[in-house]
Design a protein around this ligand. Sequence first.
Ligand code: NAD
Ligand code: ZN
Length: 251
Amino acid sequence: MSTPIEQAADILSKAKSVVALTGAGISVESGIPPFRGKGGLWEKMDPMEVAHIDAFMENPKRVWDLLIKDMKTVLDKARPNAGHTGLVELEELGRMKTVITQNVDGLHQVAGSSDVIEFHGNFAWQRCLDCGQSMPTGQVDLAQSPPQCSCGGILRPDCIFFGEMIPTEALVRSQQVSADCDVMLVVGTSAMVQPSASMPFIAKDNGADVIEINPEPTPLTGRISNLHLMGRAAGLMPKLVAAVRQRLHPS
Ligand code: NAD
Ligand code: ZN
C-alpha cells in the first residue's frame, strides 16, 4: 500500500493543471500566526471587535493599535518557507498553474509563484480613506495612530476586513481556475471562511482531485478531499515535490 505522499505524487505527476488554495497555515512556519486554532489570534481577541470594517470605521485608532501595528511588525520580518517554495517548484515542473491565496502576506509572490490570486487583498499597501492614494506599508509612519496620508486622511490596509466584499475579479477568476483545474491542492486552510472555502467544492464538482495538506482535519477532509497529507506544509511539501520530480524525471 503506497503512502499518502506517494498517492498524491502519482496524481500530481499525471495532472495537467494544478491549482493551489492556500490559507494562513502555509505561512505559520514563516512566523505568522493563523487566526483560528492553537496559538491563533482569535484565542486572544474577538474578530468582530477588531477585524470587522464597522469596528475600523468606528475607531480606526483602536484597530491600528490592537491589530494592524502588530500585523505590520510580523509581516515586515516574514520570509517564504518550504511550503511556498514547494509550490514554485511544482510550477517549474510544469504542474502548478495558479495559486489562490486567502493570505495577505505576499509571500507566494516573494517565493516566485507567477500567477497568484489574492482573494483577500494584500497587506503590502495602505490606502487613504479620503483621497484613495496608496502607500507601501513599509513606509507608513507608526509614530502617529492612526497613521495618516499626506492629505490628512486615515490610512487603511489594502486587504479586506470582515464585512467587506471579495474583490470581484479575484472571485470570478478563482471560480474559473477552480472549475478548470484537474487537481486542487488545499494547503493550510481551515476551509471555514466563505466564499474561498467553496473553491474545492467547485473543483470537485468539475471532476478534479482534491488533496489537502494540514496538521488537522477540516470540513473538507474525507468528504471533498480524496487525500489528506496530515502535517505541516513546510515539512511535507519538499517530500511531495521530490516524489513528483522522481516520477517525472526518474534518475
Ligand atoms: P485559519 O487561521 O482559519 O486556519 C489555518 C489552518 O492552517 C488550520 O486549518 C490549521 O490546522 C492549519 N495549519 C496550522 N499550521 C499549519 C502548518 N504548519 N502547515 C499547514 N497547515 C497548518 O486560516 P484561513 O483558513 O486561511 O482563514 C483565516 C483568514 O485570515 C484568511 O482569510 C486570511 O486572509 C487571514 N489570515 C491571513 C494570514 C496571512 O496572510 N499569513 C494570517 C492569518 C490570517
Ligand atoms: Zn489622502
